[in-house]
Design a protein around this ligand. Structure first.
Ligand SMILES: Nc1ncnc2c1ncn2[C@@H]1O[C@H](COP(=O)(O)OP(=O)(O)OP(=O)(O)O)[C@@H](O)[C@H]1O
Ligand SMILES: [Mg+2]
Length: 252
């Protein structure tokens, strides 16, 4: 069996005294999409943010346990979070392009890393926008502001911005929930296509989305990982009553 690329081990996360994740252990596998589902407040975003150390910025957050990536705990003091976030990129619910051109949005991470060669940047822009399925729509307006794009286009530019830094893992926190169904469908197709090269962790409220594009699904409730298995298993034959109630819409 393929070895996991990322292993969350006994992770607990607190905001001050409030426990948001309770001893969660979950393995993520390469070239898969793992969906994280569960009602509001169940800890899905907390887990996602912990995976690229976003909690570091919040003095109220404390965390116990480990997250191993490439066999090393990302919470070890030796981890450089800038390097980590190059390898583990994140896409948020609200498309958040920077107020600059489409081109500059995509090369942002590369510029931060000191890359100046125009040819290298041009190639990265084209390649990333193609992979994010938005090249054809923007190739003639690369030097226009990204803010002028539709929400769905902005979100695909945000995906391209993450891809430009050549990540291994992409974390997506409800990336389609602010979009109309057609734009959401385009993002879904894009993500499905990206599986070949990347590993993705996708928080979603849409049971249809989870069952359509994910390989595995984890169900969270009140900070506990209640069930984690192949998506088919979770949706067709859930082991826990809470999982069944949630996916059939009885609560949440
Ligand atoms: N910055 C924060 N400060 C304090 N408490 C927080 C913070 N972020 C989340 N929490 C709390 O931690 C728990 C888990 O929240 P989290 O955002 O991880 O849930 P979620 O499953 O992503 O919910 P949603 O579906 O609404 O996005 C909740 O009780 C929430 O109120
Ligand atoms: Mg959330």
């Amino acid at each position: 069996m393929t070895a996991p690329i990322l292993q969350v081990k006994d992770l607990s996360v607190y905001y001050n005294k409030k426990k948001a994740l309770n001893n969660v252990s979950i393995d993520f596998y390469p070239n898969e999409i793992t969906a994280l589902i569960g009602p509001s407040g169940s800890g899905k975003s907390t887990l996602l943010r912990s995976i690229n150390r976003m909690g570091d910025l919040n003095p109220e957050v404390t965390l116990t346990g480990a997250i191993d990536y490439n066999g090393r705990n990302i919470y070890s003091p030796r981890t450089d979070t800038v390097d980590l976030r190059k390898e583990i990129g994140m896409v948020f619910q609200q498309p958040n392009p920077f107020p600059m051109t489409i081109y500059e949005n995509v090369v942002y991470g590369l510029r931060i890393n000191g890359i100046k060669d125009k040819q290298v940047l041009d190639e990265a822009v084209e390649k990333s926008l193609i992979s994010a399925s938005i090249w054809d729509e923007v190739k003639d307006r690369l030097h226009d502001s990204a803010i002028g794009l539709s929400g769905g286009q902005q979100q695909r530019v945000c995906v391209a911005r993450v891809l430009a830094t050549s990540p291994k893992i992409i974390l997506l926190d409800e990336p389609t929930s602010a979009l109309d169904p057609i734009s959401a469908g385009k993002i879904e197709d894009t993500l499905y296509g990206l599986k070949e090269k990347y590993t993705m962790v996708l928080v979603t409220r849409s049971m249809q989305q989870a069952s359509r594009i994910s390989d595995r699904t984890g169900f969270f409730l009140d900070g506990d990982l209640i069930e984690y298995d192949k998506t088919k298993q979770v949706f067709l034959n859930p082991r826990h009553k809470e999982t069944e109630d949630y996916i059939t819409g009885k609560f949440g």
